[in-house]
Design a protein around this ligand. Sequence first.
Ligand code: ATP
Ligand code: MG
Ligand code: MG
Length: 550
Amino acid sequence: EERIPRNFITDIIDDDLNSGRHDHVATRFPPEPNGYLHIGHAKSICLNFGLARDYKGTCNLRFDDTNPEKEDMEYINSIQRDVQWLGFKWTEIRHSSDYFDRLYGYALELIDKGLAYVDELSPDEIREYRGTLKEPGKESPYRNRSVEENRALFEKMKAGEFKEGQVCLRAKIDMASPFICMRDPVIYRVRFAEHAITKDKWCIYPMYDFTHCISDAIEGITHSICTLEFQDNRRLYDWVLDHISIKARPHQYEMSRLNLEGSITSKRKLNLLVKEGIVDGWDDPRLTTISGLRRRGYTPASIREFCRRIGVTKQENVVEMSALESCIRDDLNKNAPRAMAVLHPIKLVIDNYGEDGVTDTSYTISNHPEREDLGTRTITISKELYIDEADFREEANKQYKRLKLGHEVRLRNSYVVQAVSCEKDTEGRVTVVHVLAVPNSVGATIEGHKPKGVIHWVDANNCYRGKVNLYENLFNVPNPGAAEDFLSTVNKNSKIEIENAALEASLKNAKVGQSFQFEREGYFCVDSKNSTEDKPEFNLTVALRETKKV
Ligand code: ATP
Ligand code: MG
Ligand code: MG
């Protein structure tokens, strides 16, 4: 059974439950529907939904949809799919836009209490007047309008009588506050873009800091978890709830973001990669979006395990990509059936095939060395096989444990063979290797024949010639997000397409959602986008072992 390992948030919750401050736990996961979810969101999902599971509480999926120009139904749908795929169920789906009427009412309440005013400074002026950490801000000349004037102007804002940026509603707090976010923050602005759900009902939209705390209160959220950059904003979160007539009192807690080495976890930047056509959509297997990881062959359990391993703290840090990779490797090592696949095929001809002791035509082999429940399959063998070009050399030193002229190697599940000669093309590349098989050497040790290595192969007369995609890091630098021009850090050779790999015949029937260990090569899954019924295409999920960086 999965449980969130203890962390500072579970400590707070335990304390709240023991002291009677709360008698239940209510959380929410609040994505803005302006892109697809990524691995950073997975951390928040596993925590929020995991707390609801562990404490038998509730967790809402709330779309924080207050920026109409950037948001879209496509994103709303993909987010639901990804949360479910990760293995979580929400208590209810909510939208910040469900509360637009109530939010408007609370804005009027602040106006009536003399705690909000309509400002006519331009966005640039507002920024300038806000001041810096070193100096207090300057009050807007519109700050002291009467309640009546503010009400009338705010109603005109709602009626569409102002242009975008011409006016806004600001909370009247403290222009000298040491917390910049408390210097009369904007709480409503004018936007004429069509909203994905409310369409053109509204042309004023509440800002995040005003919306989030009230939405949490409306939903009865007890523990509202966000990332550390919102630490200062907690003052504003509390200020808003302190000054409106709402009873519920949710509390905000901050944890560190997940920063994953060599990956981008900003929807804005991910969007740019998609729009520029640098990747094949939001689900490109090189992206650490949830949909990209899915298409890459990650399982939901492996991502949940990753989130367990990284934990929940207040320390900012960068997690190595190898930490994510080892989670899927562990999962697939246990669960993925084995298969043989030759990525760069050259022919191997068994010259003495058909002679005494070299007459096998098939083998029934287990699909997994430790998992009988994964069953067996039958592979065929004939006079002509394919092996990988990297598994043969005319000459090589002792470290080379594969096939070389005059030496022996074992064919996986089959004969010991000795290389006797090879054929080359006009460029000098080996195309065919001739071998002699040691008679009766299948599954047996023959006196005088002790090969040091084992290589994999497929039957050249019965195999599936299909496409395999290999991937390398999408970025050339460990922290692409920090680069001035992050698009210039893209590795142009991060996708390697092998059009005509030689795969064991059974792989022709592989279906989307299946993963395999291609022996000696790595873990691969069936691509969900480009595969067809009888022509599956395979994506590299992860190498067999962690490759040391040089
Ligand atoms: P982005 O920059 O990708 O748009 P965001 O924080 O604006 O990120 P939201 O859609 O607002 O994205 O995020 C929804 C929830 O997921 C928030 O509670 C946010 O704190 C959390 N979240 C987003 N990114 C991360 C991350 N890298 N690590 C942990 N939690 C994250
Ligand atoms: Mg956000
Ligand atoms: Mg964002």
